[in-house]
Design a protein. Structure first.
Length: 414
């Protein structure tokens, strides 16, 4: 299997069946909806205009010359590049997402694998060059002999990304759909990595990538992004789409986000949300952000104080909130007052019929809804907490603050 680069292929003379040079390669095209890595056609500039040359009409690529099977008159004129990803136009010098390295990089060249299949060469994209080797090839092309370029490029260590680890960025939504450019690989990354990648992109690219993510993935990533950028991304979305994403967020994170939006956008999103999720968020919006109530989430597990371990486990199985809130199960009495806290580790080791009150940990630490951020942070530090229950003036459990909220708070204070 031979290798060939895009910089080498562009400008290569094309000889037809008569043995005469009839044109030069102007572009190399992929049809992602058919095959995301196979070269679909070469676009050849001839004296009579651009024509397309599919691999099955090529007999060989050797000695820097492409040999076509037919006469130039039989090469199909290029009517439109619609549906093609043009590698020079759409990839060279463009930003892409390296999902393996979890970063945004710029493409300097593209490498192909070249194999002979059924009597014609088959080109497949195998990797992209992001280091100086690819840049040298392009800068020196047409200035020095090809052998000299190869020798010079080989002095640099290859810095490549396998094509399977590349996520393309397409700003035009209609074209993204036509080309079937999706972000499945990106979606599998940790939300914090997705957030870092989004922050590296230019605004238009950032919005295009974010808009294409599934709602649950977008919600998780949004919670990891700084508030200013959060607001910018959500303001760029249609209100119904934004509402779908906000509904997937933890209630406290959703409330914080809406607080940072314009009043008009925030109201539009709330109107589009489902009644239950909207009510949870609206309750949290009533509290000052720098208080315990402003930091708490209403997505937690509370069990009756007269229940058993089996009851709590069943509640765990049906819980749809974030995993960070389930390190502790909180007990409430018949009036909804906080009555105890059961660590998840104790629950996991207990027999099904064990009363929950027998599994509680002392002392029971909580804070009032009006406690300020400093008091909350001090309680987490003093008692090495993972979660902290928040109670109102009557002792009723109102919400829970999680350790990741405090970490985010402290990071903003640095």
């Amino acid at each position: 299997m031979a290798n060939l680069s895009l910089s080498e292929l562009l400008g290569t003379p094309v000889v037809d069946s008569t043995g005469a040079v009839r044109g030069r390669v102007r572009e190399v095209a992929i049809s992602p909806q058919d095959d995301p890595s196979r070269i679909a056609v070469l676009i050849v500039r001839t004296k009579n205009g651009d024509r397309i040359l599919p691999p099955e009409k090529i007999t060989s690529i050797r000695n820097s010359v492409i040999h076509a099977r037919d006469s130039v008159d039989l090469w199909t004129p290029l009517a439109s590049s619609e549906g093609f990803l043009l590698l020079e136009r759409d990839l060279l010098d463009q930003q892409i997402i390296d999902v393996h390295g979890r970063k945004v990089v710029r493409v300097n060249d593209v490498d192909f694998s070249l194999v002979q299949t059924n009597g014609h060469p088959m080109l497949n994209v195998c990797e992209v060059e992001i280091g100086p080797r690819g840049a040298v090839r392009r800068l020196l092309k047409n200035l020095v002999p090809r052998r000299a370029i190869t020798a010079m490029a080989e002095r640099f260590s290859p810095k490549i990304i396998p094509w399977d680890f590349v996520d393309l960025i397409e700003v035009d939504p209609a074209r993204r759909v036509r080309l079937k450019i999706e972000h499945e690989r990106l979606s599998k990354l940790h939300p914090a990595d997705i957030a870092d990648i989004l922050e590296e992109l230019a605004p238009a690219q950032r919005e295009a990538v974010f808009e294409s993510l599934d709602e649950d993935v977008a919600a998780d990533a949004l919670e990891e992004i700084n508030p200013k950028l959060q607001a910018s991304l959500v303001e760029s979305l249609d209100s119904d789409h934004a509402a779908d994403i906000v509904e997937e967020m933890e209630p406290d994170a959703a409330a914080d986000l809406l607080e940072n939006l314009s009043d008009q956008k925030s109201e539009q999103i709330l109107e589009e949300m489902q009644p239950e999720e909207r009510e949870e968020v609206e309750e949290l919006l009533e509290f000052e952000e720098d208080t315990a109530a402003g930091r708490m989430t209403t997505a937690y597990i509370s069990a009756p104080s007269n229940g058993t371990a089996a009851d709590a486990i069943n509640m765990l199985r049906g819980f749809e909130g974030g995993v960070e809130t389930v390190s502790t199960i909180y007990l409430v009495d018949s009036n909804g007052n906080l009555a105890g806290a059961v660590p998840l580790a104790k629950l996991a080791l207990a027999a099904n019929d064990t009363p929950l009150v027998d599994l509680t940990s002392d002392p029971l630490i909580s804070c009032p809804i009006q406690a300020d951020e400093r008091e909350v942070a001090e309680l987490f530090d003093k008692y090495n907490l993972l979660t902290l229950p928040v109670v109102d003036d009557t002792g009723q459990l109102s919400g829970v603050i999680t350790a990741d909220d405090i970490i985010s708070l402290l990071r903003r204070k640095l």
